[in-house]
Design a protein. Structure first.
Length: 474
């Protein structure tokens, strides 16, 4: 036994740089440690834990049941293992959560003291966040400039494959996946297993389906929640069941993407999709350079914003999808039923929370963290700050999404809204996003069978003006 490979957010065998390099030396103990060292609001959410359970199960199967599971402090466990088995090398792919960076450094130092090689890789991002800098050495805060910079050094590394089967089981360890106790709610478990397939193979299959059937038309279609036009790869990218290089390379080779020439009709769709992948890079990049991104306003002036209390029934109505605004209720219920929400709807519900209800984005971030299957520290924090207007290169504060017009524009036939808010199924389309108008007209709530649907919890015009005047005071 020569090396340890430590799985973290890279639950795959293919294109797993650290794993493949460790196998070149031979005799590898593949390990996963359950050690959620995140501070309180950032401990893994209920839905993420369920996904992790099934993703680990799938990984273990691909490893022919040789994944060694441990629970506890990573440093202690790794130190014990290297001593017990006289291991010479420890390999892992880097993670970028602020607390993980600090802990990894401590482990590296400990291993160095023990004269053990510690070899780490970038397995989760296309570009190493620390390496992208402006000419003057400072870091980018504007997405457009960052994107131009990274395009000048396109990620072109060959994809790697696991060639040898040199993995070893630690037979003195009896921890099983069920001991991780990742599943705390059976009702959540049922919903998540009904909506998602787990593991590397499922991720590859999903990507291929997206490339064949949904990439064409992505640029426009991605904004319509009723269309099945986005990839839904966020969860696979988060858990590392697929690498961003695999996604990038698949898009490139599928469309012979040399320099975005000769793509014809696909060009805009391909460019737009890759640009979304770069947003993922940018979020992590920002968090690496501004470690407080998950909890602190990037723009300090937002510290003075007069947020309202989140302890009241308005916040509860938002979380449970009972605001009286159909597109918002559809989004919040999609989240509760599937662990996912379409990107356009995420923006609408987030804007409603921070602007119309004036509730701090931290509360929205926490609810998403608890319920999202793709909950990702960098993407979630950067996106909430983007919507709130407090982030780097954020949406301007005066951009307040109107849930009525957003619904009419992006779900005009109500395919999405009626699916998640079935009370409104019989409502004529012209009233779908303003149901109160139907109630005020000759139609009665009971006639259209939507008597259980809530009245709106806040007036849009009033709350918009209230938010704008609060923002103007900053
Ligand atoms: P696609 O449209 O297929 O995009 C491809 C990939 O690009 C995604 O899988 C994702 O990895 C990346 N991507 C797409 N949009 C964004 C974006 N705006 N920012 C960063 N990366 C992006 N995404 C998460 O992965 N985890 C989160 O916790 C998360 N929280 C969010 C919170 C809010 C308030 C908002 C507005 C957005 C959030 N997003 C988050 C970003 C985005 O909504 C999701 O990545 C996207 O909806 C995932 O669906 P998809 O895989 O079908 O995306």
């Amino acid at each position: 036994l020569k090396s340890i490979f430590w799985f973290r957010q890279d639950l795959r065998l293919s294109d797993n740089l650290g794993l493949i390099e460790s196998c070149k030396i031979g005799g590898v103990l593949p390990i996963y440690i359950l050690d959620d060292l995140a501070p309180k609001p950032f401990k893994m959410g209920s839905v993420s834990k369920i996904y992790l359970h099934y993703s680990l199960q799938s990984l273990n199967k691909s490893l022919e049941e040789k994944l060694n599971l441990y629970i506890g402090n990573s440093k202690q466990i790794i130190t014990q293992l290297v001593q017990k088995y006289n291991i010479k090398n420890v390999f892992w792919n880097r993670c970028y959560e602020p607390w993980r960076i600090i802990e990894d450094k401590i482990i590296e130092e400990k291993l160095r003291d023990l004269k053990i090689n510690c070899i780490t890789f970038n397995g989760s991002y296309l570009w190493e966040p620390k390496e992208i800098k402006k000419e003057d050495g400072s870091y980018y805060k504007v997405f457009g400039a960052y994107k131009r910079k990274v395009y000048s050094c396109l990620p072109r590394r060959p994809l790697t494959f696991l060639t040898s089967n040199l993995l070893i089981k630690d037979y003195s360890n009896f921890t099983e996946l069920k001991d991780f106790k990742l599943i705390s709610s059976q009702s959540w478990e049922k919903k998540i297993t009904a909506h998602w397939e787990f593991g590397e193979k499922a991720a590859q299959k999903k990507m291929n389906t997206f490339l064949q059937h949904h990439l064409f038309g992505y640029k426009v279609g991605r904004d319509y929640p009723g269309k099945n036009q986005t990839s839904r790869l966020s969860v696979n990218l988060h858990f590392g069941e697929i690498s961003p290089h695999q996604v990038w390379e698949s898009v490139s080779s599928a469309y012979r993407l040399d320099s975005f020439k000769n793509l014809g009709a696909y060009q805009e769709d391909v460019e737009h999709f890759l640009s979304e992948l770069i947003w993922r890079e940018f979020s992590c990049y920002l968090m690496t350079h501004f470690r407080e991104l998950p909890w602190k306003n990037f723009q300090e002036k937002f510290d003075r914003f007069p947020w309202r209390s989140a302890d009241d029934e308005l916040f509860h109505a938002w979380k449970s999808g009972n605001t009286g605004y159909p597109i918002i209720d559809a989004g919040m219920r999609e989240l509760l039923q599937t662990g996912y929400m379409h990107n356009r709807v995420r923006m609408i519900v987030a804007s409603f929370l921070v602007k119309n209800l004036m509730i701090h984005w931290n509360h929205g971030r926490d609810w998403f963290w608890e319920c999202l299957v793709d909950a990702d520290l960098a993407n979630n924090s950067a996106s909430w700050q983007w919507v709130a207007g407090s982030g780097a290169d954020a949406a301007p504060y005066f951009r307040i999404f109107n849930p009525t017009t957003q619904g009419q524009k992006f779900d005009s036939q109500g395919e999405y809204t009626k699916k998640f808010v079935p009370e409104l199924e019989k409502l004529p389309s012209k009233y779908l996003f303003e149901p109160w108008k139907a109630f005020g007209s000759a139609l009665q709530k009971s006639e259209i069978n939507c008597s259980s649907y809530s009245s709106f919890i806040v007036d849009l015009k009033f709350s918009r003006e209230r938010a704008l005047s609060a923002y103007k005071m900053l």
